[in-house]
Design a binder for this molecule. Structure first.
Ligand SMILES: Cc1cc2nc3c(=O)[nH]c(=O)nc-3n(C[C@H](O)[C@H](O)[C@H](O)COP(=O)(O)OP(=O)(O)OC[C@H]3O[C@@H](n4cnc5c(N)ncnc54)[C@H](O)[C@@H]3O)c2cc1C
Length: 525
């Protein structure tokens, strides 16, 4: 319906990267689209912020790993300004004594890896090959809508196709997958490897973004899922100008295709008439109507707060009530007056993704502490120095450091205000073990706890996935059985954010799949 004289076919709620991808896809498919973002700018958790004048960093998410090239091309993001400062960013597991492990990407790197870890090298090669084989099997499922659970023919077709694909990959694929599904990554790594540091790094990657520790069932599959997600993308990439530049390119793509992007436009309510979603009410009481509404915000908020429980089936209500997003990662961004020196780290690796996760025991301790609402004694983290490859982020010769702290409590007794400083101190102390003198280089910094991330950037609960990414909440069951195909049981309403299939991360896939489904459903007219 009209707003400022425009008649819309579709309204997208939330201007995070998934909402932007959905709006751009719909607009390029011929739909007249309005995207309503509550905040002052688009991007959600994919934005760049100024730490202090002259020093900027990706505020929350900082690395693109699974953003598909096909989406980048179709939305012409290069034409709209997207450039990369670094591609195929390496991962290094930092060691206190300087014997850092570069996870090998090439034969030459593998030779160095073998010199460092002669007992683990061949096992690692086999482990990676196995993980890749399973991820290749899973990857296509992430790039398509799951089958309808209530359509026996569709389900039969899907299962037949999966069995056929597994057979093509060799008889053992299905067997390996079934074995991996309930397995804990820690048990698998303990069974295969000797190096505590290597095990720590591999388990860090499998569990990042979730609350489970390395010995939780299902975490081995999370390693496969993450690899499959990475396969959608082009390797780890850093956009020039940080994540904000990536979101700006998406917004430019929406505008170029004729879509309307409105900021400071919070959706207060989804309008429901005669059992159908027919539009939204914005703050200020403005009603905008359209035959299709796509929500890129958390499924629980969408259904319980914006639609209202009275329009939701009782069984679904029970499922949705349990979907409380509770993030367990914090972000710390630092402005530094020089490049920190990590003892023993080759100069060319200062632009790499640096992990501090010394062992499975350290990860487990951090996860257990977070679960009991306590700060980890020795935090585990992922560190980037994006100004190494993107010098305009800081004044000449100076730098910014972007740190994801894995396994922090969602809430602290007495509130986070009393504990923020203690977390920063622990993180800086831990960093100092690897980069001596780091505290003397710090000019300014900001810390974002999970509730801060929600408040400042709109990511529900500060949760990486806008809600659990457990085994029973994946594919056709994400976020809940009746909602697994992007469309909700309420006609006209679709889900398109990280809370729906295939989950969180800067992949754009939830937005893309939902928009495609809406277009196939005749959403452009
Ligand atoms: C600390 C941390 C670090 C991370 N790092 C990475 C990383 O390096 N790489 C990676 O791939 N992923 C990373 N992630 C995950 C990633 O940030 C999220 O999965 C992703 O941002 C989700 O995108 P989205 O568009 O679905 O939702 P969001 O980014 O949450 O966007 C939702 C938008 O909706 C808006 N909104 C909310 N309510 C309303 C309303 N009522 N009306 C209108 N608008 C509304 C919000 O303001 C927000 O802009 C990280 C997550 C965390 C917490």
């Amino acid at each position: 319906m009209k707003w400022g004289g425009v008649q819309y076919d579709a309204i997208v709620i939330g201007g995070g990267h998934n909402g932007l991808v959905a709006a751009a896809r719909l607009a390029s498919g011929g739909a007249r689209v309005l995207l309503a973002e509550a905040g002052q700018r688009v991007g959600g958790a994919a934005v760049t912020s100024e730490i202090t004048p002259g020093y900027s960093a990706s505020a929350v998410a900082h690395l693109l790993e699974g953003f598909p090239r096909r989406i980048e091309r179709k939305l012409k993001l290069h034409k709209h300004g997207l450039r990369y400062a670094a591609r195929d960013v390496a991962t290094v597991a930092l060691d206190r004594d300087g014997h850092h492990i570069l996870l090998p990407r090439t034969r030459k790197e593998f030779a160095g890896f073998r010199d460092l870890l002669p007992k683990d090298a061949d096992v690692y090669r086999e482990y990676v090959a196995r993980r890749r084989a399973l991820a290749e099997f899973v990857a296509p499922l992430l790039g398509e809508r799951p089958p309808a659970l209530n359509d026996p023919d569709a389900l039969k077709r899907f299962l037949r196709r999966s069995v056929w694909r597994a057979a093509l990959k060799g008889g053992s694929t299905m067997q390996s997958l079934l074995r991996v599904l309930p397995e804990a990554i820690g048990d698998r790594l303990d069974a295969e490897f000797e190096s505590p540091l290597l095990k720590g790094a591999l388990a860090f990657d499998a569990t990042l973004g979730g609350a489970e520790g390395p010995y939780a069932p299902g975490t081995s599959f999370r390693a496969i899922l993450r690899e499959a997600m990475r396969m959608q993308g082009q390797g780890a990439m850093l956009p020039v100008g940080g994540m904000g530049a990536f979101s700006d390119a998406l917004a430019a793509s929406v505008a170029a295709a004729g879509g309307d992007v409105r900021v400071n436009a919070r959706v207060m309510r989804i309008l429901v008439e005669e059992g159908k979603a027919v539009g939204v009410e914005l703050s200020g009481g403005i009603e905008v109507r359209a035959a299709r509404v796509l929500s890129a915000i958390a499924p629980r908020t969408t259904m319980l707060d914006l639609v209202g429980a009275r329009h939701v089936e009782t069984d679904d209500l029970r499922e949705l009530r349990h979907l409380v997003p509770r993030g367990t990662t914090a972000k710390i961004n630092l402005a530094l007056d020089r490049l920190p020196e990590f003892s023993g780290l080759a100069p060319e690796l200062h632009g790499a993704r640096l992990l501090i996760a010394p062992s499975l025991a350290d990860l487990d301790e951090a996860a257990n502490a977070a679960r009991s609402a306590a700060l980890p004694f020795e935090p585990v983290m992922e560190i980037l120095l994006p100004s190494v490859t993107d010098p305009l982020l800081a004044p000449e010769g100076q730098h910014v450091m972007s740190i994801i702290v894995h396994h922090v409590p969602h809430a602290m007794a007495g509130g986070w205000d009393a504990h923020r400083e203690a977390l920063v101190q622990r993180v800086v102390r831990m960093l100092g073990n690897y980069a001596p003198g780091i505290e003397d280089m710090m000019i300014a910094g900001e810390i974002l706890t999970p509730p801060d991330i929600e408040e400042k950037y709109g990511l529900a609960g500060g949760d990486w996935h806008q809600g659990d990414i457990r085994l029973d909440r994946l594919f056709a069951f994400r976020p809940a059985p009746a909602y697994g195909r992007c469309e909700t049981p309420l006609p006209g309403l679709w889900l398109c954010g990280a809370g729906s299939h295939p989950g969180g991360g800067i992949t754009g896939l939830p937005g893309w799949l939902a928009a495609d489904a809406v277009l196939s459903d005749g959403g452009s007219a």
